[in-house]
Design a protein around this ligand. Structure first.
Ligand code: COA
Length: 171
């Protein structure tokens, strides 16, 4: 039987411990975020988390924020066992819809230059390179800044500047 499609739903601060578990499975130790940090981020104004589940089992989440017309992906994580089944794409689609609903015209995100999986996902969604942050990650690797216009949901021209640096390395 075919695998069930991922279901994406909002997640609040009460889900922070679960989101931290998913994050720890998806990222190497130096990139991990604690449940406390995730809970604090979700509670900040303009921030939100979306959780993907398959057959009732959590497989991944995305954390984003919107300020004025700009949205940002703070992190995106799918557990290894749940990958290549559409969860990442479903989470990004839901984030883009939520960002547009909150008034954003553009989504920004950072991705490690060597992260082929994430770069392929973002390219498939229409993201374009907007800059580079040198030695952005704890391991000293560069981040590419990507810009993802929200297409026909745009109500004003896309900004050309890159967003301010988040308090902890994003994505
Ligand atoms: C990046 C990540 C979120 C993708 O999640 P996913 O659920 O496997 O992605 P999807 O199944 O929705 O894939 C959507 C598309 O992305 C691309 N893609 C995803 N993984 C890929 C890989 N390993 N190699 C090449 N392309 C890949 C493909 O175009 C894919 O479409 P297809 O399966 O029809 O070919 C996941 O690999 C992950 O959690 N990685 C570790 C954490 C991370 O890097 N987060 C992003 C930080 S910016």
């Amino acid at each position: 039987m075919a695998e069930a499609a991922p279901i994406v739903a909002p997640a609040g601060s009460e889900a922070a411990a679960l989101l931290a578990e998913l994050h720890a499975e998806a990222f190497p130790p130096a990139h991990r975020w604690s449940g406390d940090a995730i809970g604090l981020l979700i509670a900040l104004p303009g921030h939100f988390a979306l959780l993907a589940s398959v057959g009732g089992e959590p497989v991944g989440f995305v954390l984003g924020r919107v300020a004025a017309e700009e949205a940002e992906v703070l992190t995106l994580a799918v557990r290894p066992a749940g990958r290549r089944a559409g969860a990442g794409r479903a989470l990004m689609g839901a984030l883009m819809a939520e960002a547009a609903r909150r008034g954003a015209a553009t989504v920004f995100l950072e991705v490690a230059e060597g992260n082929a999986a994430a770069r392929a996902l973002y390219a498939a969604l229409g993201a374009v390179e907007a800059g580079r942050r040198r030695r952005y990650y704890p391991d000293g690797s560069d981040a590419l800044v990507l810009r993802l216009p929200l297409g026909d949901r745009l109500e004003s021209p896309a900004p050309t500047r890159t967003p301010t640096r988040p308090p902890i390395p994003g994505c």
